[in-house]
Design a protein around this ligand. Structure first.
Ligand code: UDP
Ligand code: MN
Length: 417
């Protein structure tokens, strides 16, 4: 925040787009947009630089408003000083506040309900949008209102605030996930590469990182927005992606729209009272709701192989989600895997069932095998057995009749022993 406070609100940033991008033409009657920014105790200058960049770099005729939704922040700078500051923009920048902490997932839904534009475009509160970022995100929605669009996310360094391209203008990646529901990005599969004429044109993607995307507002609300049973943070990107794809829509990544995001070194807030209400790791509960709603039985097992403890977590009631899936006549997860995420099994093959799982304790020292928070197989350690699972859950699987078997660290990647 000290560094951010020293940097101009309207600074210039490098244009990281593919050089083809300035040559695309966009329709003149694109839909109007509400840029929705939810925030909880964010840095004042970082939040305001996000707004400045949106106002400065969006064609005004498409920008209906910037809607700030305060998720019950208690920092003084985000009270009157914030209201004073945004008054310079009149009704173009609106602020609404939650009466209690709702978490980012529910707060985004509130933003969509309140928004006045035809399209809602979500940004985190620590972004800087790049040159002509908006029309490329709106054009696919203009052509087909059941398409949601995702910009390419560049990095803004959390120590220096230097704006850096995530990768060169010529490369393209798309969002997938592995069976423990960790978000991953991977090169475009050859099936897509072959069908593309220009490196800078949008392409279909199974999922997205979560924070930054645009979607027709009525379409988003007709999908029930986010599952209201998802708490605070995590898994909502998958929930929306599966819902969109399986229920007739699509997701496109848009290389000509670049937005910088500060990837933080640590999570600067806790989950507050929301976490106390639920026992068990909240993010895993979110994942469980999502997979129990959208996966077919076969694929659910892959998740439980990676997260054996999840089977015992209380995910609450998902009957409304299952009803929605039924009512919208949504396709199976198998359809999604065959037609959209067809490259996923190449990277993350299906997992055999666990024969045993639990902590792996040394009889000699009574200490437990522990991933120490690292990704296996590069590093493993032993530590005091804490009994909470997490980094100390090991699983054994027989993969071939003749092989001795396989030991996996459920919480990270695979280790062969
Ligand atoms: N946020 C919120 N309520 C919360 C947690 C986060 O409104 O309980 C906001 C946060 O200020 C940010 C956005 O939600 O604008 C996404 O959160 P964050 O940037 O921490 O997620 P990450 O980028 O780390 O995935
Ligand atoms: Mn963020």
């Amino acid at each position: 925040m000290v560094v951010s406070d020293e940097i101009a609100m309207d600074r210039d940033i490098p244009d990281t787009r593919n050089p083809e991008c300035p040559h695309w033409q966009y329709p003149e009657d694109l839909p109007t947009t509400s840029v929705v920014i939810v925030f909880h105790n964010e840095g004042f200058s970082t939040l305001m630089r996000t707004v400045h960049s949106v106002i400065d770099r969006s064609p005004p005729q498409f920008l209906k408003e910037v809607l700030l939704v305060d998720d019950f922040s208690d920092k003084a700078a985000l009270k009157e000083p914030l209201e004073d500051y945004i008054s310079r923009w009149g009704s173009k920048v609106r602020l609404i506040r939650n009466k209690e902490r709702a978490g980012l997932i529910r707060t985004r839904t509130t933003g969509a309900e309140e928004a006045k534009g035809e399209v809602v475009l979500f940004l985190d509160a620590h972004c800087e949008v790049n040159r002509n970022w908006l029309p490329p995100l709106l054009a696919p929605i203009y052509r087909d209102k059941y398409t949601m669009t995702v910009p390419v996310i560049d990095g803004v360094d959390h120590d220096t605030f230097e704006y850096r391209p995530v990768y060169g203008a010529g490369s393209n990646f798309r969002g997938i996930f592995e069976w423990g529901m960790l978000y991953k990005e991977t090169e475009l599969p050859p099936e897509i590469e072959r069908s593309r004429e220009h490196q800078s044109e949008p392409y279909k993607a199974p999922t997205h990182a979560g924070g930054l995307f645009a979607i027709n507002r009525e379409y988003f609300l007709s999908l029930g927005a986010y599952d209201p049973g998802l708490l605070v943070w995590g898994g909502e990107n998958f929930e929306l992606s599966f819902k969109v794809w399986q229920c007739g829509g699509s997701i496109e990544w848009v290389p000509c729209s670049r937005v910088g995001h500060v990837y933080r070194g640590f999570m600067p807030y806790n989950f507050g009272k929301l976490a106390e209400k639920k026992k068990g790791p909240l993010i895993t509960i979110n994942y469980k709701r999502v997979i129990e709603t959208w996966f077919d039985d076969k694929y659910k097992e892959y998740f439980y192989t990676r997260e054996p403890l999840a089977r015992f977590l209380d995910m609450g009631d998902i009957s409304k989600q299952l009803e929605l899936k039924e009512r919208l006549n949504c396709k199976s997860f198998h359809w999604f895997m065959e037609n959209v995420a067809y490259d996923m099994l190449r990277k993350y093959p299906e997992l055999p069932k666990n024969i045993h799982w639990g902590e792996l304790r040394s009889a000699a020292t009574s200490r437990c095998l522990d991933t120490m928070g690292h990704s296996a197989p590069s590093f493993m350690g032993v530590a005091h057995c804490h009994g909470f699972g997490n980094n100390q859950v090991s699983c054994s699987q027989v993969v071939e009749e003749s092989a001795a078997g396989r030991l996996t660290c459920c919480m990270s990647s695979l280790v062969w022993l």
